[in-house]
Design a protein around this ligand. Structure first.
Ligand SMILES: Cc1cc2nc3c(=O)[nH]c(=O)nc-3n(C[C@H](O)[C@H](O)[C@H](O)COP(=O)(O)O)c2cc1C
Length: 363
């Protein structure tokens, strides 16, 4: 589908974006450099090339792909290999792989590297049974004696940096993030992203920021803190005080796509993003996704799920959701969305900080 809205953001929105983007400070994590200390977290079925591109447009300092199966790559599974595609406009992105076998991961990493990512990331946080059951994801945290060989084998297969994303441990009785980070350091891993929950917690409770701060302060590698950074206030506070080298945002930007930029708004500035700005985000996502979607149906499903997340916090959202789910047509979906966003009387979106949101995922 093509829309009349293809092309750049309207000038007013683009100038807000440019102003705030210019305030970001580039950072180095290990030997890698990023445009800001706020990175997009890997998210399965979400962190595709179009979404990563969109998030870079909206201020993400770097991005990581969704998790990609090493076996799928090695078996040349068409759908898996498709996930390795990187858009030439992407700047600072990593491809995340998952698997339990060092040799299979090394082989797959070598293939993935050819697609041009800046780094290869290993998923060591996925709590999902299907993944954990094979010994991959957060299961890798259980037996640290094998990790040296695991990292070394993968690292020696590639010429670009290797990074890992972990949870703080398997369960409350086996919190071992620091030990894992030390092994990673020995084997030349570049930086470590840490989701501040155990595998046992899945997505319940709160991310343990005391522990993340302790890692940030004392670990021998750059630590990227992750978990529950969903509101601009909490995020801004963390940016000002954290001992972590960088922060990673997953679910937050799904509901507030301007989360990478809002912390850079000064207290005395009257800058905010309007409902119409949110609609522009959808137009842009539609434009990027149209270049990648294999069918109109996939495009509709993608746009619909993002619309539902983006609409959170606006008036009449449940009515909007009902309408959207009943509409099988993309043009009609866009029309309904235009009415919804453009007719909002309150021009500021109000998200509740304590809302729990999407309590399952692969990391
Ligand atoms: C829908 C969904 C999919 C996810 N997929 C992945 C993944 O593919 N790889 C990964 O390492 N983490 C994955 N995660 C975990 C996130 O990267 C992040 O660690 C977690 O959501 C906590 O951060 P947040 O509170 O900012 O969302 C996923 C999370 C969600 C909600």
């Amino acid at each position: 589908m093509t829309t009349k809205h293809n092309g750049p953001f309207p000038t007013e929105l683009q100038s807000k974006i440019d102003l705030l983007k210019a305030r970001r400070k580039p950072i180095n994590l290990g030997s890698l450099s990023f445009d800001s200390p706020l990175l997009l977290a890997p998210m399965s079925s979400i962190g595709t090339a179009p979404f990563r591109l969109l998030m870079e447009d909206l201020g993400a300092g770097g991005t990581v792909s969704e998790l990609i199966s090493c076996h799928g790559i090695n078996y040349k599974n068409i759908r898996t290999v498709d996930m390795l595609k990187i858009d030439p406009r992407e700047k600072n992105m990593g491809l995340q792989l998952f698997g339990e076998s060092a040799e299979a991961m090394a082989l797959a990493a070598k293939v993935a590297q050819e697609y041009g990512p800046k780094f290869i990331d290993i998923n060591m946080g996925c709590p999902v049974k299907k993944v954990v059951g094979t010994g991959a994801g957060s299961s890798l945290l259980k037996d640290t004696s094998t990790l040296g060989h695991f990292f070394q084998t993968i690292k020696s297969a590639i010429a670009i940096p290797l990074t890992i994303k972990i949870r703080i441990g398997w369960d409350q009785d086996s919190i071992n993030a620091m030990e894992v980070i030390h092994i990673a350091k020995e084997e030349g891993v570049e930086f470590v992203s840490v989701h501040g929950r155990t595998r046992a917690q899945q997505y319940t409770g709160k991310a343990n920021w005391d522990l993340l701060e302790n890692l940030g302060k004392n670990a021998p590698l750059d630590i990227i803190g992750n978990g529950d950074l969903h509101s601009t206030g909490f995020l801004k506070d963390k940016m000002n005080n954290t001992k972590c080298s960088a922060l990673m945002l997953g679910r937050g930007p799904l509901r507030n796509p301007f989360l990478f930029l809002e912390p850079y708004i000064k207290a005395d500035e009257e800058i905010f993003f309007t409902p119409e700005d949110h609609l522009e985000v959808i137009y842009r996502l539609l434009e990027y996704s149209s270049e990648y979607a294999h069918s109109d149906h996939i495009l509709l499903v993608t746009i619909r799920k993002h619309l539902i997340w983006l609409a959170a916090g606006f008036n009449n959202v449940s009515y909007f959701r009902d309408l959207i789910f009943k509409t099988p047509d993309l043009n009609e979906t866009i029309k309904i969305s235009e009415e919804f966003f453009c007719n909002q009387k309150d021009k500021r979106k109000r998200l509740l900080d304590h809302d729990s949101f999407m309590t399952s995922g692969h990391g």
